[in-house]
Design a binder for this molecule. Sequence first.
Ligand SMILES: Cc1cc2nc3c(=O)[nH]c(=O)nc-3n(C[C@H](O)[C@H](O)[C@H](O)COP(=O)(O)O)c2cc1C
Ligand SMILES: Nc1ncnc2c1ncn2[C@@H]1O[C@H](COP(=O)(O)OP(=O)(O)OP(=O)(O)O)[C@@H](O)[C@H]1O
Length: 314
Amino acid sequence: MKIYHIGIDHGDEIKTPITACIGYFDGLHLGHQKLVECVVETAKNTNTEPSLITFEPDPWKVIKHMEHIPHITPMKKRMQIGESLGIKNWIILDFTKSMANLSVEGFHQEVLGKLNLHTLVCGYDFHYAGMGKGNVDTLKSQREFEVKVVEEVDSEHQKISSTRIEKLLEDGRMEKAAAIMGRAYEIEGHVKEGNHIGRTVGFPTANLLMDDHYITPKQGVYVGEVLCKGIWYPAIMNVGHNPSFNYQKDTSMEAHLLDFQDDIYGEAVVFRFLSFLREECRFPGKDAFMEQLKKDEQTARTYFQKRKEGSACV
Ligand SMILES: Cc1cc2nc3c(=O)[nH]c(=O)nc-3n(C[C@H](O)[C@H](O)[C@H](O)COP(=O)(O)O)c2cc1C
Ligand SMILES: Nc1ncnc2c1ncn2[C@@H]1O[C@H](COP(=O)(O)OP(=O)(O)OP(=O)(O)O)[C@@H](O)[C@H]1O
């Protein structure tokens, strides 16, 4: 996949005509995937290159001066998913105040006009240009390129959106989030040193140092999987502050990998959150904590057994 950076007064040249969808695409969920499908099909029929146009930094950073905005999928991950869906050109618009304030005509000329667009694919509610004045109608009124509009993709009579998925993750509803994203929620990072308390109670844990700013799932304990050195291991994971005997001011994420003994400090890992098990609680001592973790482990084993058998999960 080729990556292009284009701004108002600079940018790579796109030599071959493209069919592209446009948006931020956090999560690249089933709604977004419908746009990508339309791009791939249209590109095939028009002999153009299937492309995706997005923005960096996150427009909220520029418009609302927000720092460290958490996302469902960082740009790198979005690119990998986009490529797997058939996108050949990933076009990053360098989003600045000037770009944010362009008039509709200005956005057509200064931005879209530079992209060698044959067809632009957008969702029914796409907005652009200063004050969000540009929409599907203003796009259709120009004559430089074709426009295709994708109708609302919903689930349970509600639009599938990045905002909805964020809320589901923050409520611990991982199965529902996965159903409308098209994949389970994952966070990438590296294993950092913890306080080595876990191993003293028979539950060594891999403490996650996130590689990026991700949406923090609801605090509590989860059944999940951890990717390490190319293998997915079943795991039980905790998101919280470890109030019992190892209090952490910032939210910590750690995983106990089942049937796994290796030292993995410093390793690149992916935490995959499958199902919320219970709230994080304060235990009176290590024995009570151990008892609960044994139960969590058993619940997780049952979950994976049922999954293997193809029956409903916990
Ligand atoms: C599956 C799992 C569940 C956990 N549940 C709790 C909990 O309910 N309450 C709590 O205070 N800490 C909980 N923890 C965090 C432990 O307190 C923490 O793993 C322990 O202090 C070891 O930390 P260390 O790896 O930094 O040494 C849990 C950890 C795991 C892996
Ligand atoms: N459920 C959906 N059905 C059809 N089009 C969608 C859907 N969700 C997003 N789109 C379209 O995908 C493009 C990218 O959308 P955007 O990145 O704003 O995602 P979003 O999920 O709507 O995000 P947010 O929740 O932040 O509004 C836009 O053209 C938008 O109209």
